[in-house]
Design a protein around this ligand. Structure first.
Ligand code: PLP
Length: 433
């Protein structure tokens, strides 16, 4: 549903805008990967194999951004007031929360709207009241913004932070071993266990639901105030893995929607169960709930409990981006979560199989699609990762080097790719033997 259809939209959308939007929507066949690719403006002369990084937006998302942006430029006051503050049922952020909730199998008020994975993680760690002596347990495989959000919050609360490795060899990642290490590492003062769903430095995908079961077992013998809270940096599984996030058993789940969900840049969601939201103190004043502002006007404390919208940061946002996240969820749902998972596994499987056959290449990502997702990490004998990335670029392949202490070359195929993109990348690597 577009704001134009809703009856509550800005009035300034032109007939040409609507015609272009309708034509693109009519010609889109979500069952045909060529038609899916045709929804993107990606340069056709390149093999785009860094899909984990920053989304190119498909036609319906671009169109929605344009419609909202034009409306703001023509009448900023009414465009914002009519769609954000006037009447509850006209608030367009509610569409976004509803679309996110449907996608992840939860409820709209369990969703906060953020600008990135990073922002969501920071809102969790700074909003949780940690007591001195409590610890945050995490892994040595986390990316900088997750690690840093924990470190800053621990410093602020006087809590401690500990990291454990879940594997020595990522290629040989074992669920049993990782789960045993987590179980052994949880201590009576561990208040938070946190992990990334898919590690962007190795490509390993960890089994969130299995880890959640271990944590639930440990929590059975604990008081409510001491239970281990499970925080997930979900960004590289969200939009890749066909699982209901709300059923995985974690307490907090943060993911940008500007990567695999293909949404507008500078957008993300933070999901939590209702009882977990109630544990958070909002960090940034929200514009998505009336109570705190009413309380301010009436000179009294806000009456909780905290819910998702309370934690959605105000002040004014780039709303043309935030509101168009609904179109991104619509787009990926039209294609189908399972089909997207299978396609991404197929394309990245081709990359891994090709690399595994090359004697001068060390593959770091598990071959098993159940233990990996859309990221493939490897090294080429005799080359620094950045040199390989440069050679890829010179040959029309968009690749990256992992920005971790130990760096690897990284390829990441998405739903915009075809086997010819993979073959082009593999030919480049083969030439480096
Ligand atoms: C594992 C992981 N977490 C978090 C982020 C940061 O995501 P965002 O840009 O949405 O904050 C990245 C970036 O790629 C990442 O690899």
């Amino acid at each position: 549903m577009s704001p134009v259809d809703s009856g509550s939209s800005p009035k300034s959308v032109t007939a040409e805008d609507n015609a272009a939007h309708d034509a693109a929507a009519r010609s889109f066949d979500p069952g045909d990967w060529r038609s899916v690719r045709a929804q993107f403006l990606l340069s056709p002369d390149l093999a785009h194999l860094s899909n984990f990084y920053f989304a190119s937006n498909p036609t319906p998302v671009r169109d929605a951004i344009t419609r909202y942006r034009n409306a703001f430029d023509e009448n900023p006051y009414n465009s914002l007031d009519d769609n954000m503050f006037a009447r509850d049922e006209d608030m367009l952020w509610r569409r976004v929360c509803a679309a996110a909730a449907e996608y992840l199998g939860g409820q709209p008020d369990e969703v906060a709207l953020t600008s990135s994975t990073t922002m969501g993680l920071a809102l969790v760690y700074h909003g949780l009241v940690l007591k001195p002596g409590q610890e945050v347990l995490t892994t040595t495989h986390e990316f900088y913004p997750h690690y840093e959000a924990m470190r800053l919050a621990c410093e602020k609360w006087g809590a401690t932070m500990r990291e454990i490795p879940l594997y020595e060899s990522s290629r040989d990642f074992s669920v049993d071993e990782a789960v045993a290490r987590i179980r052994a590492a949880l201590r009576p003062n561990t208040r938070v266990f946190s992990i990334a769903w898919v590690h962007s430095g190795t490509g390993v995908r960890v089994p969130i639901a299995t880890i959640a079961q271990v944590i639930a077992e440990v929590n059975r013998d604990r008081d409510e105030a001491d239970r281990v809270l499970f925080v997930v940096d979900g960004v590289h599984g969200f939009g890749v893995v066909d699982e209901d996030v709300a059923a995985m058993g974690c307490d907090f789940f943060s993911a940008g929607t500007h990567k695999w969900i293909l949404g507008p840049r500078g957008t993300g969601i933070l999901w939590a169960k209702r009882e977990s939201w109630a544990l958070l103190r909002p960090t940034i004043p929200s514009l998505m709930t009336r109570e705190p502002a009413d309380a301010w006007r009436q000179n009294r404390p806000p009456a909780g409990p905290t819910t998702g919208p309370w934690v959605s940061p105000g002040g004014f946002f780039a709303y043309e981006h935030q509101w168009a996240v609904a179109e991104a969820f619509d787009f990926v749902e039209q294609i189908g979560r399972r089909r997207i998972q299978d396609r991404i596994a197929e394309m990245n499987g081709l990359i891994k199989e090709g690399l595994a056959d090359m004697e001068h290449v060390t593959l770091h990502t598990p071959l098993d699609p159940g233990l990996s997702a859309g990221i493939v990490c490897f090294d080429v004998r005799g080359y620094e990762p950045m040199d390989v990335v440069r050679i890829f670029r010179d040959n029309g392949v968009v690749a990256s080097a992992t920005p971790y202490a130990v760096s690897h070359v990284r390829l990441s195929a998405g739903i915009v790719n075809f086997p010819e993109d993979v073959h082009r990348a593999l030919d480049v690597v083969r030439s480096l033997a």
